[in-house]
Design a protein. Structure first.
Length: 138
């Protein structure tokens, strides 16, 4: 385990070598944590949004849950990490005859920043919507 993992994501980010380092040197556990979310779609009528996100390691992958209080809605999903990049698909969990059906509506790709935050871009699966989002450790 990387020595900075025991302290915080931002401590780990500060301890990493400059870009160009091999992805296998970064432990994936750096993405697990509680975050404050801020984002905005790129459309002219898109309003900024905010909320909270929880990212939890689940075997080799991640579980993600984000809450937007403005619409009182929780989006959940799954993700994979490679080096300093975390890619997730996230959306609504619908209840049905088979204990739940997941509708992955958005693809989000985050990159770890030196301050420990995650800077991301997203795209909507069923249309032209796209935007950007930042997750900052609580």
């Amino acid at each position: 385990m990387h020595p900075a993992c025991a302290s915080s994501p931002s401590a780990l980010a500060r301890s990493l070598p400059s870009p160009g380092f091999p992805p296998r040197q970064i432990p994936h556990a750096i993405f697990s944590g509680e975050y404050v979310m801020n984002g905005r779609g790129s459309g002219p009528d898109d309003a900024p949004y905010s909320g909270t996100c929880s990212i939890t390691r689940d075997g080799a992958n991640y579980r993600v849950s984000c809450f937007n209080p403005a619409v009182r809605h929780t989006y959940s999903g799954r993700g994979v990490a490679s080096g300093d990049t975390l890619a997730i698909f996230i959306g609504d969990r619908l209840r049905g005859d088979h204990n739940g059906i997941f509708l992955g509506e958005y693809l989000v790709v985050y990159r770890l920043q030196p301050d420990g935050s995650l800077s991301g871009s997203w795209v909507y699966a069923n249309g032209p919507d796209e935007g950007s989002e930042t997750l900052r450790p609580k």
